[in-house]
Design a protein around this ligand. Structure first.
Ligand code: DX5
Ligand code: ZN
Length: 224
């Protein structure tokens, strides 16, 4: 993987919400490529997070693309609201969606980028039919719902498999990973074929600041 092509998507779930605008601006200055916004409804995952008003506020403080990771039971109901708030792309889960193709087409009809996310226990094979219609795939490297969890190494073979599928079926499709990404796991997922890293606690919880954390994740020898 060409390290220059690696995209970083800091997840604001780990940010200090009292200083959210400031922290996002800091991430932008430090070279982040997009901002990852985790939306949880307490049903799809056992946690609550944030909704469209947060997106609306962030839209005013950054020019970076805002990527919305929908961990909610009925994503179709909220696509319009997040789009009006300023969303640039949506990540929707394969799990629990009986009409995933419809959801994907709805996002595209709104003129936004779309990605499909799969949980650690979900095989890569489920992506085969939908891959040609999406702009990115998100492989969850933890079980969704919480930040600051340990990276699941068992997802590495799946990342390799998804990379092969993308190269065969949809070259140019982003392969993003989310959960437990830090200076140690980053080189492993990049080696497996990921090109977009979501990172929450390793960026916003970093003792030496957001800029140093982003630099570390991009470092050719991250984790060495
Ligand atoms: C987990 C979320 C992640 C989370 C990652 O359900 O989808 O985006 O914020 O946090 P870290 O990087 O701390 O594992
Ligand atoms: Zn996420």
């Amino acid at each position: 993987m060409d390290r220059k092509a690696v995209q970083l998507a800091p997840s604001i779930l780990a940010a200090d919400f009292a200083r959210l605008g400031e922290q996002v601006a800091e991430a932008e200055r430090a070279g982040a490529n997009r901002i990852h916004i985790d939306v949880m409804d307490g049903h799809f995952v056992p946690n609550l997070s944030m909704g469209a008003p947060v997106v609306q506020s962030l839209r005013r403080v950054t020019r970076l693309p805002l990527e919305i990771h929908l961990m909610i039971t009925d994503p179709d109901l909220f696509l319009d609201e997040f789009t009006q708030a300023g969303a640039d792309s949506f990540l929707v889960h394969w799990e629990g969606n009986n009409n995933l193709s419809r959801t994907v087409l709805r996002v595209k009809a709104l003129g936004k980028r779309v990605g499909v996310a799969i949980n650690p226990a979900t095989p890569a094979a489920v992506l085969e039919e939908v891959l040609q219609d999406v702009d990115q795939i998100l492989v969850m490297t933890v079980n969704p719902g919480f930040g600051h969890q340990r990276f699941l190494h068992t997802t590495l073979p799946k990342i390799r498999r998804v990379r092969q599928m993308i190269d065969q079926i949809k070259p140019g499709c982003d392969l993003e990973v989310d959960g437990g990404i830090d200076a140690t796991s980053a080189p492993r997922v990049l080696d497996a074929g990921a090109n977009v890293l979501v990172a929450g606690s390793s960026v916003f919880g970093s003792a030496d600041g957001v800029a140093a954390a982003i630099k570390r994740l991009r470092s050719p020898c991250a984790g060495c």
